[in-house]
Design a protein around this ligand. Sequence first.
Ligand code: FE
Length: 209
Amino acid sequence: MEKPHYYSLPKLPYGYKELAPYISEEQLQLHHEKHHQAYVTGANAAFEKLEQARKAGGDLDMKATLKELSFHIGGHLLHSLFWENLAPAGRGGGGKPAGILGAAIDKEFGGFERFRAEFTQASVSVEGSGWAALAFCRMSNRPLVMQIEKHHVNVYPMFPILLVLDVWEHAYYLDYRNLRAKFVEAFWSIVNWEEANRRLSALLKGGVK
Ligand code: FE
């Protein structure tokens, strides 16, 4: 089947009410339907701009267009992963990583608690709006914490991402007001480790360097 040529908003793998009390229904619905949708729309608009310019054969401000494209694609793809790596508390959400991811984290960080502290610090201290991510380097076989500003700044090129946490203010302002650290604390009760472990397994099986 041919893949679609434009982006669309993915469905969530759970209902809007199911991440409560860690993320309220209102907060989750707004985040998904309005904020995530805006990045989908923005990326498609940038594609459209490129296509129109190609058809017309005219010039385009490449610097501005590509910056816009990078920002919106980053926003769309990171949100798509974020929804997948959350799960209702006690039904896939929370706990500690097991399997090969658990072992890789233990080896790299010396234990889950240290990893959790580093990831929490990365999340809380992102300048402005951004993300904390758990990435994996296939060359050194290391899991790494990545701190992303906006959706695309400070990214380690070519490193696949296993897990992300959105720390844009729109992710938590209704539930937690300006208290980002409280939202980060809540994240640990709804993080879906099975999904992150599945991603690492698939990556290692793929054998891509
Ligand atoms: Fe967001």
